[in-house]
Design a protein around this ligand. Sequence first.
Ligand code: ZN
Length: 507
Amino acid sequence: MNHPPQLTELKARLHEIYDLEMTAALLNWDQTTYMPPGGAVARGRQLATLGRIIHEKQVDPVIGRLLDALRSYEESLPPDAPDAALIRVARRDYERATRIPAAFTAELYQHMAASYDVWSRARPANDIGAVLPYLERTLDLSRRFAEFFPGYEHIADPLIDMADYGMRATTIRQVFAELRQGLIPLVEQITAQPPIDDSCLRQFFPKEQQLAFGVEVITALGYDFTRGRQDTTLHPFMTKFSLNDVRITTRFDDHDLGSALFSTIHEAGHAMYEQGITLEFEGTPLASGTSAGMHESQSRLWENIVGRSRPFWEHFYPRLQATFPNQLAHVPLETFYRAINRVERSLIRVEADEVTYNLHVILRFDLELALLEGTLAVRDLPEVWHERYRSDLGVTPPDYRDGVLQDVHWYGGLIGGAFQGYTLGNIMSVQLFDAALRDHPDIPHQIAQGRFDTLRAWMREHVYRHGRALDADDILRRVTGKSLDVQPYLAYLRRKYGELYHIAIDA
Ligand code: ZN
């Protein structure tokens, strides 16, 4: 069948939405990097105006009519043809957007802004009482949101679907239970060993040298600075204004070498995914990573599987020592390698090591489900949070600030779907890395020589270039022959940390 005229019109309309979204992203980026404080009020208004125009265009009935008219063309194509993928994903987005009444969206945005504002003051003040009424209302809005998608199996499913399309609460709950069962004894065995000394990372490291070294590392990994740039912010993130302009931000701590370095690699991992999407998809809804979990699989792959590996530092450690001779010249590679992989029971998710990190996430995911199911009341949440930290991580938060108030997610967004992507990403990262290793067993050897092109090209071929044309599960099945599987991830952790802590790990 010939290229139908309705497709040309659909693409033109989608391109307009894309351009407006990228413009909003640019205003957001500027707000968190260079905007003077005086710009805040106008910027908030500009973003609200853009958001309203974007929403109007997304739910325009003309898009619905074009999608209907294109159904027979879509059915005449193989499902993985770019046009078929474009129409399928555009329809998914349109159906989602039109189910949510504009009045609800307005109420939600207003509440989120108020809730975020209260939280940002309540957290430093440890004032749990101030946020609870807002959290009640967030839970109510989250349930109402789910009700716009009737026919779900679990009330969290519509919320999970927004971030990790196709994933279900029951599947994730099973996968996470299996992971938790493997992690808890592993953490016990590791923390029974003498703690690793990581004081070599806690010396004074001037920001300028940290920045220069980070740039050297991510350039070698393959982050393309001709199609991106790096700036400083309070909270690191990745954003894009087109497939040829994908930016990252970093924050520096003068007394913690790992903080900026690993977050730079993490954000560069997200960015390389976006930079690797086929340019043919530019201006369409396919021009984006396919899910929160798949995105996180790439940031975590480059940060942890590559960036915290021994081969990586066999190559980069002499360079790091040359950058910081006073601090590191007398610190052996092995001491440094152990320091960057120190495992400890801790309170804060974003500072957690590779082994305990998922326990922080699973706990939040379980609490989200319980809140949405109605088996946990908001007023009981702060104490239940403390109980789960005691039982899963063996630590007791001394206050709410580092307890239930620590993450922004529930205070600036809905409850449900906010956390699972982090752990799904960790699980998938090892499934994908193992698949790349099967095709190219010499990847670790290449990494030790500072060569990352084979691994990056493999990821580009099997993951990046597809954008949203393939769902996360399609990608996993194509390259590994199966869906989400925690066993390779547990095997990776047991192998790495068994060796690091000199312990025989029970299978
Ligand atoms: Zn990330």
